[in-house]
Structure formats: C-alpha cells, structure tokens
Design a protein around this ligand. Structure first.
Ligand code: MF3
Ligand code: CO
Ligand code: CO
Length: 255
C-alpha cells in the first residue's frame, strides 16, 4: 500500500481521533490498581469508547482480535489479550488504545505501574518513554525513517536494554496499519524520506533483557524469550511543514 499524504481536513479528523484515544488512557489510569483484572479494564474502556465517545474500538475483531484494548503485563511485549487474571503489586502494564472516529484512527499506549514499582521497572519505563520522544523529536520533512530508528536504538542500547525488531510503528489514517513501517532501530540516512502530511505511529518496545521474543499459542500475545520485563509507549503524529504534531498527547502532556 502506498504512503498516503493527508489533507488539512483529514489531519483534523486524525487530531480528533487521536485526542479521543488519549482521553481513554487518561480515563483508565485510576482504574489500574491491585486486584483489578485486565478484562475489567477492557470493559471499562469499551463502554467509554462506544457510549461516551461514540467511537469504535479498533482492535475488536481486527484480524480476529477478541477484545477492545490490548493489555500487556510484565514480560508481555505487546498485543496481550485482556483476561481474568488480576493485577498485583509491582506489575507493569501497557494499555494500548486505538479508536476510530469519523473514519480515522488514533492509536496510543502508555505504561502503568500497579502499586509500587521496582527501581528496574521504573527505569525501563522511563528509558522507553524517552526513546519514543527521541524518535518523535527527529520528525520533520527531509528526515529519513532510519534517522528515527537510529535515535531510538542509540538511547535504548546505551542504557543497557534492547529494541524489539519484529514489530514496528506504522502509517495510520483510514486504515489501522498503513505504510510506511517505522522501525525502532536503523541507520541514519536510510529508508523513506518524510514529507509533510504523512501520519504514523512511533511505538518502541524495549526489553530489559535480550531482544528475542516469542508468540504465545493464543497467536496474539508476544512475550520476551528470557521472561524479563518489556515496556512500550506509543503516540500517533503527523509530519508538519516544520516538524511534527502529536495527536495523542494526554492531559498532562498538553499542560
Ligand atoms: N494498537 C496496536 C498497534 O499499536 C495494534 C493492536 S492490533 C490488535 O499497532 F489486533 F492486537 F489489536
Ligand atoms: Co500502533
Ligand atoms: Co497501538
């Protein structure tokens, strides 16, 4: 599929969808606590998206995904399926929200700590967030996709962590996953040149241990092979004439 360049009108719809996805994460934060199950978090998000936002939870039935959000706990890297297991003190969880509003997608994820996090998990979460922002701050017309990946990879590896290579950021718009692929590792100057109007996600998955992963028999949940924890943050953004615009900033990031 070709890379689409969004018109001003389409960018505005992306802005609205992105804001709604961020609002879901702002809403769910207070529910992430000891004893809650990821299935309960899914239900709360589903109802909020469908009823309060009058939007569509994009993951539900996407290539057969059975729930409305992805919840990836501890050594789960991404695409965790909400279930009956309850969160316990010290767990870390990525909640990944994608909504469709007026035909356009907004896709964003954050890490939450349940109760008290360890020094290691707090640092992992922090470095991963910094890595996402390093990637975002590279974005402007003329920059190559490899420049984004290189910035992310450099910070992650110099911190002693590893970048997952099998999953990447993606173009986004009328489709959930469009071209181009945004790799979270790379070589400066390599890959597609960015142009104003392109919209994509940056969503690095960072492992505390080795980068190798495996897929669970449910065919969705991705876990680290060494069972060490993994973190991920995700924003949806556009390339503007002189830089970038992030559509999925949360209330805290907007203030
Ligand atoms: N939201 C994920 C992403 O960032 C994709 C989830 S696909 C699903 O691209 F089917 F697992 F929901
Ligand atoms: Co995404
Ligand atoms: Co996502």
């Amino acid at each position: 599929m070709a890379v689409t360049i969004k018109t001003a009108e389409e960018i505005n719809k992306m802005r609205i969808a992105g804001r709604l996805a961020a609002d879901v994460l702002d809403m769910i934060g207070e529910h992430v606590k000891i004893g809650v199950s990821t299935e309960e978090l899914d239900t709360i998000c589903h109802d909020y998206i469908v009823n309060a936002q009058q939007a569509i939870p994009a993951p539900l039935n996407y290539h057969g995904f059975p729930k409305s959000i992805c919840t990836s706990v501890n050594h789960q890297v991404c695409h965790g399926i909400p279930g009956g297991k309850k969160l316990k003190n010290g767990d870390i969880i990525n909640i990944d929200i994608t909504v469709i509003k007026d035909g356009f997608h907004g896709d964003t994820s954050r890490m939450f700590i349940v109760g008290e996090g360890s020094i290691l998990t707090r640092r992992l979460i922090d470095i991963t967030r910094q890595a996402m922002w390093k990637g975002i701050e590279m974005v402007k017309p003329g920059v190559h996709i490899g420049d984004i990946g290189h910035a992310i990879q450099t910070l992650v590896e110099s911190s002693g962590y590893s970048v997952v290579r099998e999953y990447c950021g993606h173009g986004i718009g009328r489709e959930f996953h469009e071209d181009p692929q945004i790799l979270h590792y790379g070589t400066p100057g390599n890959g597609l040149t960015l142009q104003a109007g392109m919209c994509f996600t940056i969503e690095p998955m960072v492992n505390a241990g080795k980068r190798q992963i495996k897929l669970l028999p449910d065919k969705w949940t991705v876990v680290t092979k060494d069972r060490k924890p993994s973190a991920q943050w995700e924003h949806t953004l556009a390339v503007t004439e002189d830089g970038f615009e992030v559509f999925t900033l949360g209330a805290e990031e907007r203030s």
